[in-house]
Design a protein around this ligand. Structure first.
Ligand SMILES: NC(=O)c1ccc[n+]([C@@H]2O[C@H](COP(=O)([O-])OP(=O)(O)OC[C@H]3O[C@@H](n4cnc5c(N)ncnc54)[C@H](OP(=O)(O)O)[C@@H]3O)[C@@H](O)[C@H]2O)c1
Length: 285
């Protein structure tokens, strides 16, 4: 791209950040859509968050993404927080406008859009979420308003699971969610939000030895590897599976839409998905 005095900037801040796919994802979207925007990555260690955020604001960045470990702490530096992000308790996208900072969380919407892209509806369905960390919270709160029948939480730390179920119920306004101590025999959608199965421990699975019902749709938000052991096992039972790359692309697309107030074309979504798929495929060889 050509950088001019009119070029706007966006970024991701996190620690570590070296392996982030976000610069590749965003700069591809900007290229395809013809946006005069450039996306950078900054490694911001603990203790430097305030000055980093103030610096991005002073330099009039259009916005920035926030990743591990700053998604919760960043909230104290923002002027306004979107109600969904407030319910999740974490921000992954900040929009800067007229020197004010607005916080959003696009992780849950990114996941939801990856389901919609495969014509999967949550309406009336029983959903089991494995894990109760940041991404489980984003997904649980986002799916709570998609009219599922129930949202079950299975987490190693039971108290953390209970807290998420309670927060989902508060957000939904009724008793939609509860914790379970093992995966039920039958559920409509299973979503892994734990890092089990992520590179380099690719043989790990959060449901090792589980007998999947062939009607269950099994999703993993881990995208490296593209097909986790969980998804491979589920496929053997005849289940439809959804990998984590669609969520990664979806949360990035939503961030660009927030910064630019433009709707990104479906063809762009497909093109960047294919590009990142090739990058990850190459990395795994
Ligand atoms: N596709 C995407 O766009 C996308 C976006 C965000 C995150 N992710 C991926 O999602 C994963 C989780 O991210 P996060 O930010 O939600 O992490 P997090 O906040 O640290 O939460 C991790 C969750 O996994 C559970 N867990 C961790 N290790 C476990 C183990 N050995 N056995 C059982 N449970 C375990 C934790 O349980 P406890 O509560 O018991 O500790 C916690 O509930 C990562 O692999 C990340 O790369 C993908």
């Amino acid at each position: 791209m050509t950088i001019t005095p009119n070029t706007s900037y966006a970024a991701v801040i996190g620690h570590p950040i070296a392996h982030s796919l976000s610069p590749r994802l965003h700069n591809s979207i900007y290229d395809i859509e013809g946006l005069d925007l450039l996306y950078l990555a900054f490694d911001i260690p603990h203790g430097k968050l305030r000055s980093a955020v103030e610096g991005l604001c002073s330099l009039s960045f259009s916005g920035f993404n926030v990743t591990i470990p700053h998604k919760e702490e960043v909230m104290v530096f923002l002027d306004e927080i979107d109600p969904v992000a407030a319910a999740i308790g974490a921000v992954n996208t900040v929009k800067i406008k007229d020197g004010r900072m607005f916080g959003y969380n696009t992780d849950g919407l990114g996941f939801l859009n990856s389901l919609k892209g495969q014509n999967i509806e949550c309406n009336g369905r029983s959903i089991l979420i494995l894990g109760a960390g940041g991404s489980a919270r984003a997904i649980g709160i986002t799916l709570a308003v998609e009219n599922p029948r129930e949202i079950l939480i299975l987490n190693r730390n039971r108290d953390r699971g209970e807290k998420l179920a309670m927060d989902i119920n508060d957000y939904a306004g009724y008793g939609l969610s509860k914790t379970v101590v093992e995966a039920p025999e039958k559920t409509d959608i299973i979503i892994n939000t734990t890092p089990l199965g992520m590179w380099p421990k690719v043989l790990d699975s959060p449901l090792a030895g589980y007998s999947f019902n062939p009607d269950t749709i099994v999703c993993d938000i881990v995208y490296n590897p593209l097909e986790t052991t969980l998804l491979r096992e589920a496929k053997k039972f005849g289940c439809k599976t959804v990998g984590g790359l669609g969520m990664l692309v979806g949360q990035g697309i939503k961030a660009v839409e927030i910064w630019t107030n433009k709707q990104i074309h479906d063809s762009t979504v497909r093109q960047v998905y294919d590009e990142l798929y090739s990058v990850l495929k190459e990395r795994s060889q």
